[in-house]
Ligand binder design. Structure first.
Ligand SMILES: *Cc1c(COP(=O)(O)O)cnc(C)c1O
Length: 417
């Protein structure tokens, strides 16, 4: 459930009509519901209350500091994958002791920044990275908390671009070779080996892959114990899917029912890194129909948002539901259309061959489930200004990111003199 519902004939976010925001902020814009966000976070807390747990929101899914701040206030930590995300997490007020840092290519500069900030742990992905963290920590006179990201070789049965836990993926260290890596790491003077990490993929809609992965991970933790390496944190990553169309992913509580009994046997703190599951259905992209046209019997709705604003449909062949803001339009004749942006690419679409009620020029449309991997993947391609982001709280809304200006487009540029 989310807080985007029709009231008095028009689509609202909580108690605010999206049409009002469109009038005042302009289109396109992303709109997030604070209530949905926080409720989704609380569902995790509740589901895993029988084990020591920490929910680290995956910042890459939505990194607006206004959004992060609401989750942080509710108690969340952050899962980051770059120095830039660390900067954002800290700006949003996140306690560095609740930050976990993953990513296959951490630079020395980023490692130094993370150590200076005092993050809880690095989720290291290779032996060279362990070595680099050890060197930087030594230079700074610090001890770095480290988990190794192991690759359990589980097929999450999702889109290949968002599968990350298979042998052929670039992520982590093969679970078979990992004991040896831990032994090497435990001899490094400036590292404190405190955890184990995995993240098998995204938009996972079944419990099975999680259960399989956790099973393998726990067997691995036992192997570590056998060689006298004792860890405190088991980080099982993110990846739980959401409903875009008719998927029926398990609820966090259903996932918990399966894996909490497994986890209870180990006296460790369990870390989760949900992104999409918390923020995906807490956001929509609102866009306006600029033109409608027919070509060779095919209908196109040309809207003011494009693939630079929301790339998921193009990049992952992702389905995002299209809804009129005006509820009365729902009753119109339905027809099959392409909803396309203004960008000079045939791949520039938000929906393809989609059956929607008829829209007219100038009308507003909501692209649903756009809160995760929406704005964070936006670009300035075609020199389009990135759109505004709005956070609704009850009957008020806050612009948590202004629409970019023309000047923003050329910031830092100059002609050679
Ligand atoms: C992307 C990512 C996540 C979040 O994935 P979701 O599918 O959005 O839950 C969590 N952990 C790591 C390491 C990631 O790379």
């Amino acid at each position: 459930m989310h807080d985007f519902q029709y009231k008095e004939g028009t689509l609202h976010c909580e108690a605010v009509p999206l049409e009002k925001i469109a009038r005042e902020v302009g289109t396109p814009f992303y709109c997030y519901s604070q209530h949905t966000l926080v409720r989704h976070y609380k569902v995790y807390e509740e589901a895993f209350k029988d084990v020591k747990s920490l929910v680290c929101f995956a910042v890459k899914s939505n990194s607006n500091i206004g959004v992060l701040h609401e989750l942080v206030k509710a108690g969340a930590g952050c899962d980051i994958v770059s120095g830039g995300e660390l900067f954002r997490a800290l700006k949003a007020g996140c306690d560095p002791r609740k930050i976990v840092y993953a990513g296959v290519g951490k630079t020395e500069e980023e490692i130094e920044f993370a150590l200076k900030s005092g993050v809880l742990m690095f989720n290291a992905e290779s032996s060279q990275e362990l070595f680099a963290i050890d060197v930087v920590a030594g230079r700074m006179g610090k001890k770095a908390g480290v988990a190794l990201r192991v690759n359990p070789d589980v097929d999450p049965q999702t889109h290949p671009y968002i599968s990350t836990g298979l042998k052929k993926n670039k992520f982590g260290i093969s679970i078979d070779a990992a004991v040896e890596e831990y032994q090497l790491a435990s001899k490094m003077k400036n590292l404190e080996i405190i955890g184990v990490h995995q993240h098998i993929g995204s938009q996972i809609t079944q419990v099975r892959p999680f259960v399989d992965a956790v099973e393998r991970l726990l067997a691995f933790v036992d192997k570590l114990r056998a060689v006298d390496i004792h860890i405190k944190y088991i980080d099982i990553g993110g990846g739980l899917g959401i409903t875009y169309k008719d998927e029926a992913p398990p609820l966090p509580s259903e996932l918990a029912k399966e894996i909490v009994p497994m986890l209870k046997k180990h006296d460790c703190t369990i870390i989760f890194e949900p992104g999409r599951n918390i923020v995906g259905n807490a956001g929509v992209l609102v866009t306006r129909v600029v033109y409608t046209k027919m070509n060779e019997g095919k209908t196109f709705y040309i809207v003011d948002a494009g693939m630079n604003d929301l790339v998921r449909p193009t990049l992952y062949q992702a389905h995002q539901a299209i809804q009129p803001i005006d509820q009365a339009a729902m009753g119109r004749t339905k027809l099959e259309v392409d909803v396309v942006g203004p960008i000079c690419e045939s791949g520039d679409f938000l929906a393809k061959d989609r059956v929607v009620p008829e829209f007219k020029k100038g009308e507003l449309m909501a692209v649903m489930s756009a809160g995760a991997y929406g704005f964070t993947m936006a670009s300035n391609y075609n020199s389009r200004r990135r759109v505004a982001e709005v956070l609704v709280m009850g009957d008020k809304y806050h612009t948590v990111r202004q629409r970019e200006t023309w000047d923003d487009l050329i910031r830092g540029e100059k002609v050679a003199s």
